[in-house]
Design a protein around this ligand. Sequence first.
Ligand code: UDP
Length: 318
Amino acid sequence: MGNRILITGAAGFLGSHLCDKFIDKGFDVIAMDNLLTGKLDNIKHLFPLKNFKFYHHDVTKFIHIPGQLDYILHFASPASPIDYLKMPIQTLKVGSLGTLHCLGLAKNKKCRILVASTSEIYGDPEIHPQHEEYWGHVNPVGPRGVYDEAKRFQEAITTAYNSYHGVDTRIARIFNTYGSRMRIDDGRALPTFMYQALSKKDITIYGDGSQTRSFCYIDDLVEGIYRLLLSDHSLPVNLGNPEEISIRDFAQEIIDLTGSRSKIVYDVLPLNDPQQRQPDISKAKAILNWEPRYSRSEGLKKTLAYFRQAIDKQKVED
Ligand code: UDP
């Protein structure tokens, strides 16, 4: 196998870190993004490199890549709740039509494809922690349905291309991940709390904050994706950090970390907001010999430096 890889969603948070990883590993990276939620700023440092190419393209339209291709990473999609609530149709299209086009391309080029699935396919889970055999508890017509169902369809069509067309597929079920290049305004808990804490604004907790999440540092996730791509396992694999925390405690952790005097205020819990979420990563440990290396406190310290800079930059631009 050669080392020419297409990464969709390449200008996004995860996609841009994956570009860095595969460039570091000596791959020829073809980056694709329609810049709906991604930013060229995230990958502009790669533009001068000979083994990096960028195509401004929407993967819901037919994808043409000249020449040989060895791998595809399909990471294009709005991924934060406020983004997919604002862009429900694009979210459904990129998970369905976008995945179809990536799979067709993989079939045509006889290359391996890894698709970015999500813990959201488990919905508001009734079992805890969530292992890969759990089918989930998703409301198709709820506000999160556009993302959850697009990703569930993505898993189904990827599996069908594997069994019917023999395409070499991988499915990563990605849990909450954080790190540099997250958008300050993407509405997710971590960027919002960081922004609020660093700008002396109130920290907004939705509901009573007893809902839990498990946050994985970006470098750990990227290593997991890399190992999964190079593995021979076609069934879905959870990738995330099992260290679970309630949103209330998480907000407090960020207040302590930043030394902020922001106070916590409570707001309504969005509809169908999952009550608990924690990956069971036994499978990733066994198959990929992978587990997260960064504790939350280490990861958050690194991420704080990024947010300080990003917020300062925004102030200058305003
Ligand atoms: N959340 C919150 N305040 C915010 C943003 C999010 O309390 O300003 C809550 C949200 O309701 C959810 C949790 O934090 O329970 C994680 O939300 P996020 O959007 O980061 O990710 P997801 O719900 O997709 O896991």
